[in-house]
Design a protein around this ligand. Structure first.
Ligand SMILES: Cc1cc2nc3c(=O)[nH]c(=O)nc-3n(C[C@H](O)[C@H](O)[C@H](O)COP(=O)(O)O)c2cc1C
Length: 182
């Protein structure tokens, strides 16, 4: 199995989640922070974790630009075709951190669905969507008076433990798939 964590992060919260996923999987995983030069062949990997902070209900611009570039490339190479055939054995997890100051987790849903739709276009099966609360840095009001209450210091150890447990769960699922030749 080849694993990859790809993520964007402006103030470090999403990076913390990415690091916990990496630490749970161990040495067997590549971890890349997306920038304007990032260029990845997704089909080289069996399981890709893609994560972003939620910025105005969306992933970061850096992540969305990267995805747009990737889609153009796959369109040219013939990998992106109508009906998006499902590639067996190609899996993804979408994760985000969000503060939800106005409407809570609803604000994070479009960002996750945006990332999910990308994977479905290129034939990956999305196994799960992980939403983690993350402090809105340098914004006291949004970190203390929003729908989610006081979210300072998050993601905290409990949040990261949840990520660790979910990561272990996904690895078990994939191991079982292999055992059953699925
Ligand atoms: C400019 C900006 C816009 C944001 N917009 C939203 C938003 O629409 N909804 C939300 O839930 N959180 C929003 N947030 C909060 C971040 O998603 C949250 O704090 C996240 O954990 C930051 O992750 P990072 O440290 O990896 O950048 C915003 C933060 C910033 C700085």
């Amino acid at each position: 199995m080849k694993y990859l964590i790809l993520y964007s992060s402006l103030s470090g919260n999403t990076e913390k989640v990415a690091m916990r996923i990496r630490d749970t999987i161990g040495n067997d995983i590549e971890m890349i922070k997306i920038d304007s030069e990032t260029n990845i062949d997704f089909y080289q990997y069996d399981l890709v974790f893609l994560g972003s902070p939620v910025i105005q209900w969306h992933p970061t611009k850096t992540l969305m630009d990267f995805v747009s570039r990737t889609l153009v490339r796959y369109h040219k190479s013939g990998d992106l075709i109508p009906c998006s055939p499902v590639r067996l054995g190609k899996y993804a997890i979408c994760f985000c951190t969000y503060a939800g100051p106005h409407t809570g987790v609803s604000e994070a849903v479009p960002a996750i669905k945006w990332m999910r739709t990308f994977f479905e276009h290129i034939g990956f099966t999305v196994l799960d969507e992980w939403y983690t609360v993350g402090e809105y840095k340098n914004n006291e009001e949004n970190s203390t008076r929003g729908r989610l209450g006081n979210i300072k210091g998050r993601p905290n150890e409990d949040d990261l433990l949840e990520i660790e447990n979910k990561t272990k769960g996904v690895l078990k699922t994939l191991k079982l798939c292999k055992n059953y030749n699925l």
